[in-house]
Design a protein around this ligand. Structure first.
Ligand SMILES: O=C(O)CCC(=O)C(=O)O
Ligand SMILES: [Fe+2]
Length: 206
């Protein structure tokens, strides 16, 4: 089958090869972001979110000193239209990765996340949850368009450059998507001064 080159995906792939992470400003349109934000907020108001835990799903510990967000795992089969459109874009990206880079992505898992004022997620590696199948982490921010840097909540990625640790701060502006190597890059979410919304997920092998 012929592969039609996609410039956005190609940029992500070359960023990942060069620096283990990539930031894309318009992976999802602002309309899509708004629909996802509304869907997240409705489900949060209906009390469907759980306090996020650390450890794997059979060995969960709620540790507020490590992370303070609330999450809701998404089920693709039962997804609402906004989430169906989200997954269709993710699936398109996964197919591209598998066909052009032989990444062998077989599974994925995504959750909504809401960080209430004052919460954070301390420095960690996403494979600490006993899941070494996690290959790529993806975070898409669903905040309002007037999100300000003073609100905090930046994602800080720690990269090693020539033996020196270099932190990269990425603010959670709406529509922004961050993709990084789950097994390599430690990262943290700095304390937020106002509610912070996102979808986070992992592309997994085997
Ligand atoms: O929301 C973010 O920017 C990152 C979240 C994160 O690190 C995680 O959920 O593992
Ligand atoms: Fe993480």
């Amino acid at each position: 089958m012929e592969i039609i080159e996609n410039q956005v995906y190609e940029k992500i792939i070359s960023d990942l090869l060069e620096q283990q992470y990539s930031v894309v400003e318009d992976f999802f349109s602002l309309e899509q972001v708004e629909e996802l934000r509304n869907s997240l907020l409705t489900k949060y108001e209906e009390d469907n979110f759980k306090k996020a835990a650390i450890g794997n799903r059979t060995n969960e510990v709620i540790a507020k000193s490590i992370r303070g967000d609330f999450i809701l795992w998404l089920n693709e089969a039962e997804a609402a239209p906004a989430e169906k459109a989200f997954f269709s874009k993710i699936n398109d990206f996964v197919n591209y990765l598998n066909r052009t880079c032989f990444m062998g992505i077989l599974h994925k898992e995504f959750h909504y996340a809401l960080y209430p004022e004052g919460t954070f997620y301390r420095r960690h590696l996403d494979t600490f949850q006993n899941d070494d199948r996690r290959k790529l982490s993806m975070v898409c921010y669903l905040n309002e368009q007037d999100w300000q840097p003073e609100y905090g909540g930046e994602l800080v990625i720690y990269r090693n450059e020539n033996g020196k640790e270099v932190p990269k701060s990425i603010y959670p502006f709406p529509g922004r998507m961050v993709i990084f190597e789950s097994q390599i890059l430690e990262h943290e979410v700095k304390p937020v001064k106002t509610e912070r919304l996102s979808i986070t997920g992992w592309l997994k092998t085997r």
